[in-house]
Design a protein around this ligand. Sequence first.
Ligand SMILES: *Cc1c(COP(=O)(O)O)cnc(C)c1O
Length: 232
Amino acid sequence: MEKSQICENIEKVKGKIESTCKKIGRDSSGVMLVAVSKTKPVSYIQEALNCGQVEFGENRMQELEDKIPEFDGKKISWHMIGNLQTNKIKLIADKVNWVHSIEKLKYLKEFEKRSNGNKINALIQVNISGEKQKGGVEPEDLAQILESATNFENVTVCGLMGMATFTDDPEDVRHEFKLLKNLFDEHQEFNSGSVKLRELSMGMSNDMEVAIEEGATMVRVGSEIFGARNYD
Ligand SMILES: *Cc1c(COP(=O)(O)O)cnc(C)c1O
């Protein structure tokens, strides 16, 4: 991937978001593009930043911790989107803006404890694919977490995240996105205190259009912006 191509790719992805929103009568300002920069060098992030991209996602806590200080003082927003470990949450809790991958109440408590005044937008990851290795809480356990998350000061539980089954034809996973949207609607009754469900993080490079059609407010796009990865 040539660095100069990154801006072009971002414009292409934004174009897809716009045309999908237009097709279904949604306002494209209601879909946040998170550029997933995992495994990619800091220079790629800088390039994307230069062309106006502000939201960046990483899936490893150590990598995120290493990259954040490279952009000190810049207008940039960081999203943790991968597996969490309790003992590493302290590495990022005082500087990350969004966490998409909360699977346990324990993680929310640890972010709150280690936030040091940093405001964190947290999303509960829900298992919508039925594949255990993708992680996430089971749909029937969602209510219990939300009920216990209403009293945080620095953490806001502001939505749900889901990862669909990998597939060649994104139509195959439309029902998984529908499931997450339904859970999102059904659990609005749990909004209270620090629980304010308004974001739906779903859709990646290969299925973002279907996800937007089904109500995504955030899409997490990596390879289509930064090129293919050798590993995740
Ligand atoms: C890597 C990753 C993405 C982006 O995947 P692409 O297919 O490269 O767009 C999105 N979400 C999560 C949780 C990821 O780990």
